[in-house]
Ligand binder design. Structure first.
Ligand code: SAJ
Length: 416
């Protein structure tokens, strides 16, 4: 990168998106200040360490901090570019609109950077957000900093530029996808999108497509809704197949031999902080119209209860059943428990009093869960009912022949 292309950048939020992005930009020569309210995050990053689990992120953070280009703090400072990578969870809404987005973290972040803004600055929203959020951010800045908008510039320059560049990285593969994925950038005006593209070009080797900010917001929501609808289809098939006595895994494998069919995999439900959340933003925007998206969400959200009913029905035939739950994470080979259906199912089984519950989650030491964790061997030995909730590699290696005496409920189809 040319020396004069290096920018001063503030990144608000040092989580799964903010920290990798901040570190990547720092290793490309930009001067980056990462801001977070979490003291543990700020302290560990300044020592070159990571507070979240993601393959190879530790190496990048260390390199970024050692280069002197990445620092973490609690407050933003003046810069050329401000990137917002804070959470956008949902709050429970009325019945028709489903769950509506909670934009308070974005609002706080914008209000925190507003005093640091100068004419010519660029604000980039990375957080997945409802349609119209980037324009709303501009309205907050106009309200907070009317001085920037006094028209005393002879060229009538846009005082501050606003763009949305939704993150697209897959947890577990963030470092690879951050560099290689194509990106969509939507500007509140054309110049904003072009300015943001210049920045992403410094580290992104995928193609960058420009549009307006509302289309970029919607594109992100639609990508995750597409996946949710397709998983919902697979989950619905699993219920139908169970009723009519067909092996759903074999069925999907066979149907996918068709050149234009690609059904995803059923599971115990959909977890994570993205796919189980984002479709609700689309539903909230157009509750009457978003019928398939809403129904898919409901199908996926009710799958955990279906699994619990299955376990309780099977447990009925034992006097003192021991139920082995394999996995707690929201998907395979990660430690992330956010919105995890496996965790929800395990919690509900515990409180139902259906029997003795023994949980094995090889990717966590149990610091964050309220029940004891067991070694895989212990669970396999003691369980009458074995419930597979996550398709971790460790479980795939189990010889299914050795489970012949047990009742197996395999929500991930690892033994088909
Ligand atoms: N799942 C199934 N069956 C499948 C695929 C997934 O039940 O066939 C379940 C998983 O077990 C998990 C959930 O769905 O509980 C979500 O997992 P995922 O791997 O589909 O997605 P995430 O949440 O890890 O990441 C998604 C990605 N979006 C898409 O693939 C469209 C990622 O690219 C986004 O950046 C991320 O959401 C995000 O942050 O929005």
């Amino acid at each position: 990168m040319k020396k004069n292309a290096a920018k001063k950048i503030v990144i608000m939020g040092l989580g799964y998106i903010g920290l990798p992005t901040a570190s990547m930009l720092a290793t490309k020569g930009h001067q980056v200040l990462g801001v977070d309210v979490n003291a543990e995050a700020v302290e560990s990053i300044n020592q070159g360490k990571v507070h979240i689990v993601e393959p190879d992120l530790d190496i990048l953070v260390k390199a970024a901090v050692n280069s002197g280009n990445l620092k973490a703090a609690f407050e933003p400072a003046e810069a050329d570019i401000f990137i917002l990578a804070v959470p956008t969870p949902f709050k429970d809404g009325n019945h028709l609109a489903g769950k509506s987005p909670d934009l308070s973290y974005i609002e706080e972040a914008v209000k925190a950077v507003a005093p640091c803004l100068n004419v010519g600055n660029l604000i980039i929203l990375e957080s997945t957000s409802p349609i119209g959020t980037t324009e709303w951010i501009e309205s907050i800045v106009r309200e907070q900093r009317p001085d920037l908008y006094e028209d005393n510039d002879p060229n009538h320059r846009t005082p501050v530029f606003f763009a949305h560049c939704p993150e697209r990285v897959l947890p577990g593969k963030i470092m690879h996808e951050l560099v290689n994925n194509d990106r969509i950038i939507g500007g509140n005006d054309k110049q904003s999108a072009e300015k943001a593209k210049e920045l992403y070009n410094t580290f992104c080797s995928g193609q960058i497509f420009l549009t307006d900010s509302k289309t970029a917001e919607m594109a992100k929501l639609v990508e995750n809704s597409f996946r949710d609808v397709n998983i919902g289809f697979a989950n619905e098939l699993s219920l139908i197949c169970d009723k009519v006595g067909i092996n759903v895994w074999e069925l999907i494998e066979l149907a996918n031999k068709h050149p234009r069919v690609n059904i995803l995999q059923p599971g115990p439900g959909v977890g994570g902080h993205c796919i189980a959340v984002d479709p609700w933003f689309v539903v909230a925007a157009a509750p009457e119209e978003a019928r398939i998206i809403r129904t898919a969400r409901e199908v996926n959200d009710t799958k955990p209860d279906w699994v619990i009913d299955k376990v309780i029905a099977k447990a009925d035939r034992f006097k003192e059943p021991v139920i082995g739950c394999l996995g707690l994470a929201f998907k395979a080979n990660i430690d992330d428990l956010r919105e995890s259906p496996a965790l929800e199912i395990t919690r509900k089984l515990y409180s139902s009093g259906v029997g003795k519950i023994m949980v094995c989650e090889p990717n966590t030491h149990g610091d964050f869960v309220e029940f004891p964790l067991y070694e895989l061997n212990e669970v396999l030995k003691a369980a009458d009912i074995l419930l597979v909730l996550v398709d971790h590699e460790e479980f795939k290696g189990i010889d299914s022949e050795s489970l012949k005496e047990k009742v197996v409920i395999d929500t991930r189809g690892i033994w088909r």
